[in-house]
Ligand binder design. Structure first.
Ligand code: N01
Length: 649
């Protein structure tokens, strides 16, 4: 990695272009134009062609994304000419590198990509290696600020969030210990190994700002590819060898006298107690399997396994297999196994909405591969382009309109239009099967639950002659299968529980005792709340990543949210060191203000309507999982530790 660039995948040089003019003409026909134009402008220094007339309009995306951000045919034609000339110039002048850009150029290029939305610029610069003021990496070092003061941090978890925290704390030289209950890195991507597991959001929207891999094989990465990426990131960040695996956090108790957390960790060898000045919880959100309390489960003589606890030794091929649930996990398992089972029974409680994703199983295109190899930084600009489009995301399709008459099936005219379009697709997919079509149409508005990505494989699996979709409720397990409320007994050998997780049970099974002996779960009373999703009053120097209310569902990047939480925690440590104080504790007023702010917006969304229910809500009925704003707002609220929101001791 270049010292100057905050990117573990930084490449100084790209391959020279040697191909003919005709080949370059072909490339510009196939390429996504806005990221190509900015990549060429950055590499050649020639930005004059990026006129306001040529800016992509960023046409709002209802279902399927618009190529080139919705550029008109005329814009595309001009853009192709410009791109062709740019590629020729790279070739003829043998330009194979690009370096940090002048600030004016960064502004010009971001103006081009965002059609002038300056409010997004700072959050986007967090993702842009070529910006001199790229946000994210610490510009200070522990040794300079600590003055010999001991300060030890515990990072709990080495999944996507923990790796981000480990990298940032390591860059700042803050001493830390990292533990993980599992026997290896990668969190959810290590655990979820069921057939078909892959990303259901675009790969280029799912990576770290400080580890911008560009040679991804698939448009929606397979589970193993993400696990490999995380292992590589951890290796390059120097984290792999410093994690205590097989070590579970049991409790953390704030010791006022010591200004530190007394932490108990558990391994196969027993418990260990130690002190840490700060704790970062990176334990994940979708980690605790939801195993419904089905009557008679213990009597079933076949095999049951939760999607996350897939047992590779179970021989399901040629067997009578059932899948309970129709969420994101089931949606990947069912198409992956149906062809190889004797019979498949899908127990559906409610049907999923599925957004069209024709390239769901596709590799990255050859054109993309060529550009990523030959045009300096093209892959990173493409990633930034995905990020740009993800800022507004699909919010406009899920915002409820007051007085809308389509409730409870839709929340606004656009939401109804999306509903109609998706039903139209279902009607095509289930043509000739009115029985399946009837049960495939969800009875709630699009966006009220997480929408899945569809390229037709789900319908194909459900239509198979040996597949049965059961909508009658599960009454009980029997020795030989499952009995449903209609009295039918379904005989089964293997039952896969794709029944999801318990995302609102934050830090379940961990005792976190803060000031005055208050336990975190008692403080929450079933309604987990954290300021910025990160800090909780009465729990000093305790920071959550992927805490309550920071999960994006129709917009934004998960990695951005996790990285920002890590960077905010690191900024808090800097604040402690520079102020020479031991602890910082968020005020109850700041938390209330934050919760009121997110609640107000969540109540405007499809998922916040009183007539819908999903795992976005907690037991108290509040939407505690979802972040209802964009990445840009999260950038703003995590930019600094506001002293008015904290008490320092
Ligand atoms: O879980 P879910 P998931 N009887 O909660 C049903 C991420 N993820 O594991 O909808 C019968 O979505 C339940 O029914 P209903 C992603 O964030 C990502 O599929 O509540 N059925 C539902 O159909 C995702 O959103 C990827 O009526 C019962 C299903 O089980 C999150 O994980 C891949 C039941 C649970 O669906 C969770 O997805 C996979 C019962 N008692 C997952 N209890 C990627 O690709 C529950 N159900 C990145």
């Amino acid at each position: 990695m270049s010292e100057r660039h905050d990117d573990l995948f930084w490449r100084d040089r790209h391959e020279p272009i040697t191909e003919s003019d005709a080949f370059l003409r072909e490339i510009v026909e196939q390429a996504e134009l806005p990221p190509l134009l900015v990549a060429l402008a950055a590499a050649t220094g020639e930005t004059a062609g990026l006129t306001p007339e040529l800016r992509p309009p960023l046409t709002p995306v209802n279902t399927v994304g618009h190529p080139h951000g919705g550029m008109t045919a005329e814009q595309q034609a001009s853009a192709r000419e410009l791109a062709y000339e740019g590629l020729r110039r790279l070739r003829d002048q043998q330009i194979t590198t690009v370096d940090t850009l002048p600030d004016d150029t960064v502004t010009e290029l971001l103006d081009y990509l965002t059609d002038g939305r300056r409010a997004w610029a700072d959050s986007l610069k967090h993702e842009l290696d070529l910006a001199a003021d790229k946000g994210g990496a610490p510009d200070w070092h522990f040794a300079e600020l600590a003055g010999g003061r001991p300060f030890d941090v515990l990072i709990v978890g080495s999944g996507v969030a923990g790796i981000a925290a480990g990298h940032r704390f390591s860059q700042a030289g803050v001493p830390f210990t990292m533990i993980d209950a599992a026997d290896g890195l990668a969190g959810t991507w290590r655990k979820n190994r069921y057939p078909g597991v892959r990303l259901d959001t675009p790969t280029f929207g799912y990576s770290y700002s400080f580890a911008q891999r560009t040679d991804w094989p698939h448009q929606f990465a397979q589970g193993g590819e993400i696990e490999d990426y995380l292992l590589t990131v951890a290796e390059r960040a120097g984290l792999s060898d410093r994690i205590e695996f097989g070590t579970r956090l049991v409790s953390a108790t704030w010791q006022e006298d010591a200004d530190a957390w007394e932490v108990v960790t558990r391994t196969a060898d027993g418990d260990r107690t130690r002190l840490f000045h700060a704790v970062i919880s990176a334990v994940g959100q979708l980690d605790l399997p939801n195993i419904p309390d089905f009557e008679g489960l213990e009597h079933f003589r076949g095999v049951t396994m939760h999607s996350q606890e897939w047992d590779p030794s179970v021989d399901w091929r040629g067997k009578r297999v059932a899948v309970i649930g129709t969420g994101a996990s089931a949606y990947q398992i069912v198409p992956a196994i149906y062809a190889d089972v004797a019979s498949l029974t899908v127990f559906q409680r409610s049907a999923p909405w599925m957004l069209p994703a024709p390239t769901y199983h596709a590799p990255m295109s050859e054109t993309f591969d060529w550009l990523a190899r030959k045009v300096p930084h093209f892959g990173q600009w493409f990633r930034l382009w995905v990020t740009v489009q993800g800022i507004p995301g699909r919010f406009h399709t899920v915002r409820a309109e007051e007085g809308w008459s389509g409730a409870p099936l839709s929340v606004s005219p656009i939401n109804q239009a999306v509903r109609d379009e998706l039903i139209g697709r279902l009607a095509e997919q289930f043509e000739g099967r009115p029985d399946l079509l009837e049960i495939a149409i969800p009875s709630y508005p699009p966006g009220a639950k997480r929408m899945l990505r569809d390229n037709g494989v789900w319908a194909q699996a459900l239509r198979a002659p040996h597949t049965t979709v059961v909508t009658s409720g599960i009454e009980a397990f029997t020795e030989h299968g499952i009995r449903t409320a209609d009295g039918v007994e379904h005989e089964l050998d293997v039952v896969i529980l794709a029944t999801g997780f318990k995302p609102s049970d934050y830090l379940d099974a961990i005792d976190v005792v803060g000031r005055d002996g208050v336990e975190l779960h008692e403080f929450w009373k079933g309604d987990a709340r954290a300021y910025n999703g990160i800090t909780v009053p009465g729990f000093p120097n305790f920071f959550m990543q992927y805490g309550p209310n920071v999960g994006g569902v129709v917009a934004g990047s998960l990695h951005f949210m996790l990285e920002r939480a890590a960077e905010y925690a690191l900024e808090a440590v800097r604040e402690l060191l520079t102020r020479g104080v031991a602890s910082l504790d968020v005020t109850p007023e700041a938390l209330d203000r934050f919760v009121e702010w997110v609640d107000r917006e969540n109540q405007q969304m499809a998922w916040g309507q009183p007539y819908v229910s999903s795992w976005y809500q907690n037991g108290a009925g509040r939407v505690s999982q979802v972040w209802p704003y964009t990445n840009a707002e999260y950038w703003e609220i995590t930019e600094r530790i506001d002293p008015q929101d904290y008490t320092f001791r």
